[in-house]
Design a protein around this ligand. Structure first.
Ligand code: MRU
Length: 358
């Protein structure tokens, strides 16, 4: 079986243990240039997440794990309470870089729990425990993405057309991806799935990243502008929509890249099922519904200039630039996690995913 993900980005986040150095592929430069950058300071880490150099909910979480390990090395002092205070402060600053994807606070919380539990251990033991946790977050994501991709693929049959929005592939995760994972698995198995990738305004993750990853992997991908989703559905070319997620509330309401809820509303009109694919770390059981999901507002310049900085609007025009929207749970046919496919009523099926953790 060919390893399709080998040509995508298994190394979007790379920790070099010998050099104690964290590298990410700068996603803002793709598809024109594939360049690794090194993240050393808290300011660089915050900037990289805020500027979308590393992006996609699971990838932000993975990156945050390694960031916390590096920050712990820098914060180290024999005064354990002072160490914990500094690491907590740094973790809060990192967490403030982007508000919507819950994977960021989840990963920081996981790292802080290790720091607290091992606080009285010698420096090397404590730091090693933090490093091992960061690696575990990374490796778990690889396994989760594979399982999500298998469950997602089980929803498709040979020749199906699928519409996707934004980027939820290897660049946004670790390997395979979530909403894009089934397409890569299908390609590995010689199954033909036709993918329609929304370009995803304003930052063009669909055009710059999704169509790039899928094309390189040999998937039959067609890039469309966001406002073309309706005609593609009306033409009968789409049998399902697969989208990623940044935070799923306890009732199944789902925040994902701006435009996702519009896709779901269109799909309802045409009778096409919409599936949300993501790891359980993206489910926030403390968030009752979509009204409680914090939505990131970004710089209006992202609308007024193209990615490559050509002005497209008068500088003084007012803009509203939410980075995510919420898709109501009743528009979602299923939520595909590494533990299986949840169906409505989501308050029950999502809660059941965590039964073994209480
Ligand atoms: O602003 P971005 O590019 O980080 O938004 C990404 C998305 O909305 C993805 O669909 C989501 O994070 C899932 S990635 C597996």
């Amino acid at each position: 079986m060919p390893d399709i993900t080998a040509v995508t980005h298994a190394q979007n986040i790379r920790y070099d243990k010998q050099a104690e150095a964290l590298y990410i592929i700068d996603q803002t430069l793709l598809p024109g240039e594939e360049r690794e950058i090194r993240l050393t300071t808290l300011d660089e880490m915050v900037e990289a997440i805020r500027a979308l150099r590393v992006r996609g909910a699971p990838a932000i979480g993975i990156c945050a794990g390694y960031c916390m390990y590096l920050l712990a090395r820098d914060a180290w002092t024999e005064d354990r309470q002072a160490f914990l205070r500094k690491l907590t402060e740094d973790g809060e600053a990192l967490n403030a870089s982007r508000p919507t994807a819950v994977n960021l606070s989840w990963a920081i919380g996981e790292m802080m729990a290790v720091a607290r539990a091992r606080l009285q251990e010698p420096r090397e033991v404590l730091l090693d425990a933090l490093y091992q946790k960061a690696v575990a977050i990374h490796e778990d994501d690889i396994a989760k993405c594979k399982a999500i991709s298998e469950y997602g693929l089980s929803l498709l049959k040979e020749g199906d057309g699928v519409l996707t929005h934004c980027n939820a592939g290897p660049l946004a995760t670790s390997r395979y991806g979530t909403a894009q994972g089934p397409f890569l698995l299908a390609a590995e198995r010689g199954m033909h799935i036709r993918v329609f990738a929304d370009e995803t305004r304003p930052l063009l993750q669909g055009a710059r990243l999704t169509s790039y990853e899928l094309q390189r992997a040999g998937v039959d991908v067609t890039l469309i502008c966001d406002n073309m989703a309706s005609i593609v559905m009306r033409n009968g070319w789409v049998q399902a929509c697969f989208v990623g997620c940044d935070r799923i509330a306890a009732n199944g309401d789902t925040a994902n890249k701006i435009g996702t809820s519009g896709v779901a509303i269109l799909a309802r009109h045409y009778g096409i099922p919409v599936y949300v694919l993501g790891p359980t770390s993206t489910i926030d059981m403390n968030c009752p519904d979509g009204d409680h999901i914090p939505i990131e507002l970004r710089d209006p310049e992202e609308i007024k200039t193209l990615w490559y900085e050509k002005p497209m609007a008068l500088p003084e025009v007012k803009c509203y630039n939410p980075s995510f929207d919420v898709t109501d749970h009743d528009l979602i046919a299923g939520i595909v996690t590494e533990k299986g496919i949840c169906r409505a009523p989501y308050t029950e099926s999502l809660a059941a995913l965590f039964d073994d953790e209480t």
